[in-house]
Design a protein around this ligand. Structure first.
Ligand code: ATP
Length: 783
C-alpha cells in the first residue's frame, strides 16, 4: 500500500514538475503525501482546503486524519451496533400489532389516531378529507360526515374541522411515514407507518402502506385495549345509523366480500306506512326471535335458529324501506344482496353467507329473479338445456333439479343452490332473513315454505288511507322543522320590550324565561293548527288520487315536488293523475313494442341459424327429391293426358263415323273430357301439393311446439291489419298535349273522394278494471 502511495506521490510530483500536471501542487509547497492524494480522490479539493487551513490557521490537517478516520469508524460501528441491539429489543422485548389496510380495522384505527394529540401536533403529517382505507371495497364516502362536520367541535373529534359550515369537508391529520412515539394510558407506544414494497406493481401508491403499533413488554394487552377503544369510538359514530353492507366482488375472479356502502340515519318504523297490526306483529315476532331465551329454546330442541320473512308487492311499495327500518329499530347491520345482480352466483353467495355476523339482517332482493322462478315439483327433473319443461320461464338459465349443489355451468344461481345456502352449514344462525319480490306467484313453494319463510307481508299500491298518511307524513310540521311563522318576529319584540323595561338581572332572566315559554306555547299552538290543516288537505288529496293505482313511491315523488306547499300539491293532484296515467300508458306501449321487436329479432335469428345449420342441407335434399318427384308426376300427367287425348280423338272419330253426335255434344264431350283431364291433373298434382302442405304443417306444428305461445295476464296481443284491395272511383281526362281526346295513353288520372280507412291499431291490451279493494270500481276506469 505504502509503495503504491509512494509511487502515486512520485508520479504526481513528477507530473507537477511537468507541464501537464492534473493535481495542482499545494500552494505552500508542503510535501504532497500519499494520504493527501488518496483523500483528494475521495474528497476532491481536500488538498487545497488543507493548504488553505495551514496557511491561514497554521493547522496541519494531515495530523488529524487518523483521528477523523477513527471517529468515522466509531460512528459506523455504533450505528451498526445500535441497529443490531434495537433489532434484538424489537424482536424479544416488544409487542407489535400490524394493521391490515384492506380490513375495516384500518378505518377504525386511523379515525382514532387522527383524534390523538401526537397526530395533530405532528410536524410531518398526511392530510385527508376521508380517513378510510384506499382499498376500494373498504372505501366509503361519508356524506353524513360532510353534513356533521360543520357542527363538530373544532379539534375535538377525529376530524379536525378547520372550516365551519355545512357542506365543508373537514380535514383530518395523521402522522406521515416513519415512527411516531406517543403515550397511551401511561405507556409509551410507537405508531409506525411505512410504504409497502410488496404490492408495488399492482396497487395505487395510496393503497401501499403498512401500519403497526408497538409497545414495550411481551404482553400486548395495551395494544388490544387501544384497538378496542378505536373500534368503540368508530361504532359510536354509527350508533344512530343503520349500517348498510352490500355483497361485492373485490375484483374479477376474486372472492366476494361485504362492502360497507353506507351508514344511514335509522329510519323510524313509524315512517313506513303499513297496516299497524301487521307492523306490530312483525316487530313482536322479531323481538321474540332475538331474545336470548328464544335462542336457547331453539338450541334445546335442535331446531335451526333462523327466521325468514317474505315481503312482496309491486315496486315502490315500501319493502326495502321496511327492511331498513327494521334493521335500524333493532340496531342491526343490514347485508343486502340483489339476486338479479350478475355476481349473485352460487359460489359467491355461499361465500358471502359464511362471512355474515351472528346477529344481522340479510336482505335478499328480487328473489323472483331468473333461475329461481321455476316450480320444483317431485319427479320433475328439468334438463339443463332447458328443453322439455313447461316450467321454464323466459330468461331462466339454471333449472336445477333439486339435488345439485355445484355451481351451475352458466354461473347463475339455481333454486336448489339457494336453498342449500339458506339452510346449509355455512348459513349463520341468528340472522334475520328478509326476502323481497315483486311476483309472489312466480316463487317456488320450496323457497317460501315454513322454516324458510315464517311470515309473509303483502305490500300494495296506495289506498285512500295510505295516500292521506303519505301526505301527512310529508307535510305535517315536526319537531326541528324550520317553520317561518310570524310568531318568530313577535317573540323578538316581546323579548325586546321585556329586556328594556326590566331593571335587575334576576327580573330580566325571569322575563326571558316567561317569553320563551309563551313563544313555545304559541309555536306549539301554531304547529297544531298547521297539523289540522294538513290533515284536512290530506283527505282532499286522497279523494283526488284513485285508490290502488299508484305506488306510495309515485305519490311521494309527486308530493316532494311541492314539499313546501301542501295546497299546491292538492291542486295539482288531478292533473298529475292524468299525466301519470298517460306516461304509464306510453311507457307500457313502448316496452311492449320493444319486447315484441326483440322477440321477432330473436325468432329471425333462430330461423337464420336453423337455415344455416345441418338441417338446411337435409331440407335441400328433401326439396331436390320433391322437385324430381314433381317432374316425374308432371311427365306422368302429360303422358296420361296425351293418351287420353289420343283416346278422345279415336272415340270422336268413331262417333262421327256413327253420326250419332252433333257438334254441341262433341263440345260437351270435349268439355267433359277436358274436365276429366283437369280432374286427373288435380288427382295427380294434389298428391305432391298435399305432401308439401302436410310437411309444411308439420314443420309449423313443430315450431309451435318448441315455442309455445304462452300468454300471461299482463301480456299484449298484436293485431295485424291486412291491407285489402279497394275499388276506387277515378276521373280520366286526356292529357293537354294529347292530339286526340280518345287517346288515353296520355291521360291524367284523378282520384276523387276516396276514403281510406285509417287503421293504426298495433296493440290490443287486455282490459282490466282498476276496482278498489271493496270491489267497487274506483271510477277512473282503465287507463
Ligand atoms: N309503505 C311506504 N311507507 C312509506 N314510504 C314508502 C312506502 N312505500 C314506498 N315508500 C317510499 O317510496 C320509496 C321507495 O320505496 P322502497 O324502495 O321501499 O320500495 P320497494 O317496495 O322496496 O321497491 P322495489 O320493489 O322496487 O325494491 C322510498 O323512498 C319510500 O320512502
Amino acid at each position: 500500500m505504502d509503495s503504491l502511495l509512494q509511487h502515486m506521490a512520485g508520479q504526481t510530483t513528477s507530473c507537477s514538475d511537468g507541464a501537464s500536471s492534473t493535481t495542482p501542487a499545494p500552494a505552500t509547497g508542503s510535501p504532497v503525501t500519499g494520504q493527501m492524494v488518496l483523500l483528494d480522490m475521495f474528497f476532491p479539493g481536500f488538498s487545497t482546503f488543507s493548504a488553505f487551513v495551514q496557511k491561514n490557521l497554521n493547522i496541519d490537517l494531515n495530523l488529524y486524519i487518523p483521528l477523523v478516520l477513527i471517529c468515522g469508524a466509531l460512528t459506523f460501528a455504533w450505528q451498526y451496533f445500535s441497529e443490531y441491539c434495537w433489532d434484538l429489543i424489537d424482536r424479544y422485548m416488544m409487542s407489535v400489532v400490524d394493521v391490515r389496510t384492506d380490513d375495516e380495522i384500518y378505518n377504525m384505527l386511523m379515525g382514532w389516531v387522527a383524534a390523538q394529540k401526537f397526530a395533530q401536533g405532528a410536524r410531518r403529517f398526511v392530510v385527508n378529507t376521508n380517513l378510510n382505507s384506499r382499498t376500494w371495497w373498504l372505501w366509503r364516502y361519508d356524506y353524513d360526515d360532510e353534513e356533521e362536520d360543520g357542527t363538530e367541535e373544532d379539534g375535538g373529534g377525529a376530524h379536525h374541522s378547520s372550516a365551519k359550515g355545512a357542506g365543508k369537508k373537514a380535514l383530518a391529520y395523521t402522522p406521515t411515514f416513519g415512527s411516531h412515539w406517543f403515550w397511551y394510558k401511561g405507556r409509551l407506544l410507537c405508531f409506525r407507518r411505512q410504504q409497502s414494497r410488496d404490492m408495488a406493481g399492482f396497487s395505487l401508491p395510496s393503497e401501499r402502506e403498512e401500519i403497526s403499533i408497538k409497545c414495550f413488554g411481551r404482553n400486548p394487552w395495551i395494544l388490544k385495549e387501544l384497538l378496542l377503544e378505536a373500534r368503540q369510538v368508530y361504532m359510536k359514530r354509527d350508533e344512530a345509523k343503520t349500517l348498510i353492507y352490500r355483497g361485492a366482488t373485490k375484483g374479477s375472479g376474486s372472492e366476494p366480500t361485504w362492502q360497507r356502502c353506507m351508514a344511514r340515519t335509522s329510519r323510524p318504523f313509524s315512517t313506513v306506512i303499513l297496516n299497524e297490526k301487521v307492523k306490530k306483529e312483525l316487530i313482536d315476532d322479531v323481538t321474540d326471535y332475538l331474545n336470548p331465551a328464544t335462542r336457547r329454546w331453539y338450541a334445546n330442541r335442535g331446531i335451526p335458529y333462523r327466521r325468514g320473512y317474505l315481503l312482496h308487492g309491486p315496486p315502490g311499495t315500501g319493502k326495502s324501506s321496511l327492511s331498513l327500518a327494521l334493521a335500524g329499530f333493532f340496531k342491526m347491520r343490514i347485508y343486502i344482496v340483489s339476486l338479479s345482480s350478475i355476481a349473485a352466483n352460487e359460489e359467491n353467495l355461499a361465500s358471502l353467507f359464511s362471512e355474515l355476523p351472528r346477529r344481522c339482517v340479510v336482505l335478499l332482493e328480487d328473489i323472483d329473479t331468473a333461475g329461481l322462478t321455476h316450480t320444483r315439483e317431485d319427479g320433475k327433473v328439468v334438463a339443463v338445456d332447458g328443453s322439455g319443461s313447461d316450467d321454464m320461464v323466459p330468461g331462466q338459465i339454471t333449472p336445477g333439479d333439486g339435488t345439485t349443489t355445484t355451481p351451475t355451468p352458466s354461473g347463475r344461481l339455481s333454486l336448489s343452490g339457494l336453498l342449500n345456502i339458506l339452510d346449509g352449514v355455512a348459513s349463520q344462525e341468528g340472522r334475520v332473513l328478509i326476502m323481497t319480490t315483486n311476483h309472489l306467484e312466480k316463487l317456488d313453494k320450496a323457497l317460501i315454505r315454513p322454516g324458510r319463510v315464517d311470515m309473509i307481508v303483502e305490500f300494495g299500491r296506495a289506498d285512500k288511507e295510505m295516500t292521506a298518511a303519505i301526505f301527512r307524513a310529508i307535510f305535517a310540521p315536526l319537531e326541528g322543522d324550520e317553520v317561518d311563522t310570524p310568531s318568530d318576529a313577535d317573540s323578538v319584540s316581546v323579548t325586546t320590550t321585556t329586556t328594556t323595561s326590566s331593571a335587575s338581572p334576576k327580573d330580566l332572566s325571569a322575563a326571558a324565561e316567561e317569553t320563551r315559554k309563551v313563544n313555545e306555547a304559541r309555536r306549539e299552538l301554531e304547529r297544531d293548527e298547521a297539523t289540522l290543516k294538513v290533515v284536512e288537505l290530506a283527505d282532499q288529496f286522497a279523494d283526488k288520487i284513485p285508490a290502488h293505482e299508484f305506488s306510495p313511491a309515485e305519490i311521494q315523488g309527486f308530493l316532494l315536488k311541492h314539499k313546501r306547499n301542501a295546497a299546491a300539491a292538492v291542486e295539482g293532484a288531478e292533473q298529475w293523475v292524468v299525466e301519470t296515467r298517460k306516461e304509464k300508458m306510453e311507457k307500457e306501449l313502448r316496452e311492449a313494442r320493444e319486447r315484441r321487436e326483440k322477440e321477432e329479432k330473436e325468432k329471425e335469428e333462430a330461423k337464420k341459424k336453423k337455415e344455416d345449420g345441418d338441417g338446411d342441407q337435409k331440407e335441400k335434399e328433401d326439396d331436390d327429391k320433391e322437385e324430381t318427384k314433381e317432374k316425374k308426376a308432371e311427365k306422368k300427367g302429360k303422358k296420361e293426358r296425351r293418351s287420353r287425348k289420343h283416346h278422345k280423338k279415336t272415340s270422336r272419330r268413331s262417333r262421327r263415323s256413327r253420326k250419332n253426335d252433333s257438334d254441341s255434344s262433341d263440345d260437351s264431350s270435349s268439355s267433359s273430357s277436358s274436365s276429366s283431364s283437369s280432374d286427373s291433373e288435380s288427382e295427380s298434382e294434389p298428391e305432391i301439393v298435399k305432401e308439401k302442405k302436410s310437411r309444411r304443417k308439420h314443420a309449423k306444428k313443430e315450431q309451435n311446439e318448441t315455442i309455445p305461445p304462452v300468454l300471461v295476464k299482463e301480456d299484449t296481443i298484436k293485431v295485424q291489419v291486412v291491407p285489402v284491395p279497394v275499388v276506387v272511383p277515378v276521373t280520366i281526362t286526356p292529357a293537354p298535349e294529347a292530339d286526340n281526346t280518345d287517346d288515353l295513353d296520355k291521360a291524367v288520372v284523378e282520384v276523387k273522394d276516396i276514403l281510406v280507412p285509417q287503421i293504426s291499431v298495433t296493440e290490443v291490451k287486455e282490459v282490466r278494471s282498476t276496482g278498489s279493494e271493496d270491489g267497487k270500481d274506483s271510477g277512473y276506469g282503465t287507463p
